[in-house]
Structures are given as C-alpha cells and as structure tokens.
Design a protein around this ligand. Structure first.
Ligand code: AMP
Length: 282
C-alpha cells in the first residue's frame, strides 16, 4: 500500500498507472473507517486494477463547528484496515493541499433543487461543501469508477449531478448500506454514542422498516406520524422523517401505489446526528 499526502504525487502516480492501461477505482472517505467503508473498497478492488482511498475530513461540508471538532479521527487504525483490505493507494491530504487558496470565497456549483431539500434544508451549504471536496478529489484522482454508499442517498444524487456538471467520464457506483446486526446503519458517528444512546439509535432503522412493511396506497400521514412517535419515545430530536419520490426527493404525502419511494430520516440522539434511509418500493 502506498501512502501519498500531496496532490501532485497522486496525479503523477495515476498518470503512470493509466499509461499501462490500469482501471482506477476511487473510494473517498472521511476516515474512522467501518465495514460500510470497507464494503465500498471491496467492490472497487473487485472491479478495478487499482483502488485509491482518500481520508480527508472536509471542513467546508460541516455547517456545525462542534460536529466538525468532534468528528472521530482514527488514522492509525484506518491505515491498518486499508492495508488489510488490499488497498493500493491511500491519499491523506491536509487542508492546504485540498484548499490551497483557503476555504473562503469558493466557487458555487449549480446543484439544482436537490441542494436545498432534506439534508440541504437542515445543513445549509452542506452540499456545496461536499461538491467542493469531490470536485477537487476527482480532479486529482481522475478515476474510472467512483464508489459511494446509499447510506448518503441524497449525497449520491448530488454527486451524480456534479459529475454531469464536470462533464467527466466517471461512473458512480452506489453501494448498499451496511448495517449492524440489530439494523443500525454503520456510521463513523456511531462511535460517539454511549451505551444508552446506542440502544436507542436502532429506532431509526426500525422506523424505516416499519414504513416498508406498512406502506399502502393513499394517505401516508398515519405511518409517518407513528414513525415520529417511535422516535419521540426514544428521546430523538428529529430534523426530518419523510417519504419522498426516489428520483427527485420531492415529498410524497399520498402514494398512488406506483411511484418509486424512499424514506429518509435525520435525527439527533442527544448531540449525535444520525441519518438513514430505505427504498420502500420495488
Ligand atoms: P464518510 O466517511 O462518512 O464520508 O463516508 C464515506 C463513504 O462511505 C460515503 O460514500 C458513504 O456513503 C459511505 N458509507 C458510510 N456509511 C456506510 C454504510 N453504513 N454502508 C455503506 N456505505 C457507507
């Protein structure tokens, strides 16, 4: 495994690999790796000649300074896991490497209506920040295939849009959400949960499963209200509990029995904000 910290090193190395016909897969992460991240790596390793994984906690996507400061960092363990998994290249840049001119006065991406729904509504500028870092990372790594998790459903949709804006020939491969045995979606933020919070955290995936089981054509408010009640009973402070069109993320209140649906939840358990989603149809 090769560890590179400078963008120029990555650019040169990738040029060299591509000149010998290698296909490159890329897994961008913010570290504190778990089996969700490793599932993306495994897929990339299977489908490509060389896999690059980046670890970079991107300051521009955090609207909450406290959340940024508290983001878990476990570099030594991450490098061990990446090596065990058979990763070829790790890119570990510092902030100046990604933002050489600083993090103020950045360009604006035209992300369309998706930018301000759901996560975008509760985390202003979050998707601009995600786009900033992805734009830079993709211009450095220039992979053939990009691996991201369905866990961040809206993020996948926005990155797909960014790829169109960038007019690059990169295929986005969306990988299924990996869960703990009780159903909790794996997340780096789960490390911040104490025992009591960890027990309650499973409620989010239970609510999503409840929606899937109880979905019927017609008014969705009875199941949504029941889901909110389940979260309230477990002391969650919810940002959103929503059933949306799976392609546009527009809210669906009344289901015609045909439209493709996804349910999405973002909720705080004390200080820790968790998100999860589930496709309800098909
Ligand atoms: P993060 O380090 O949280 O920025 O995540 C890096 C990548 O891993 C993103 O594409 C996430 O969607 C993906 N990811 C995070 N959690 C999971 C999970 N539980 N299952 C699958 N992919 C995940």
């Amino acid at each position: 495994m090769i560890l590179l910290k400078k963008s120029a090193q990555v650019v040169n190395y990738i040029i060299q690999l591509k000149s010998t016909g290698s296909q490159i897969g890329f897994v961008p992460t913010m570290g504190a790796l778990h089996n969700g991240h490793l599932s993306l790596l495994e897929k990339s390793l299977m489908e490509n000649d060389e896999t690059v994984c980046s670890i970079f906690v991107n300051p521009t996507q955090f609207n909450d300074a406290h959340d940024f400061r508290k983001y878990p960092i476990t570099i030594e363990k991450d490098l061990y896991l990446l090596e065990q998994a058979g990763t070829h290249i790790v890119f570990l840049p510092d902030v100046n490497e990604i933002y050489p001119t600083g993090i103020n006065h950045l360009q604006n991406f035209d992300l369309g209506a998706l930018e301000n729904l759901l996560e975008g509504a509760f985390r202003p500028n979050h998707f601009q920040g995600v786009s900033q870092v992805m734009y830079r990372l993709l211009n450095i790594v220039h992979p053939h295939n990009l691996y991201m998790g369905q866990k961040d459903y809206q993020q996948c949709m926005l990155v797909q849009r960014l790829l169109q804006i960038m007019k690059v020939n990169i295929t986005l491969k969306i990988c299924p959400t990996q869960r703990e045995t009780d159903g909790l979606a794996m997340s780096s933020r789960n490390m911040r949960l104490n025992d009591d919070e960890r027990k309650k955290a499973v409620t989010i995936s239970k609510v999503l499963a409840f929606f899937k089981e109880n979905l019927r054509p017609g008014d969705l408010s009875p199941i949504i209200n029941k889901g909110k009640e389940m979260l309230d009973q477990n002391q969650f402070k919810t940002d959103y509990v929503q059933v949306s069109d799976a392609h546009t993320l527009e809210k669906v209140s009344n289901w015609d029995g045909k439209q493709s649906l996804v349910a999405l939840i973002a909720a705080f358990i004390n200080e820790v904000r968790l998100i999860d989603n589930m496709i309800l149809t098909g």
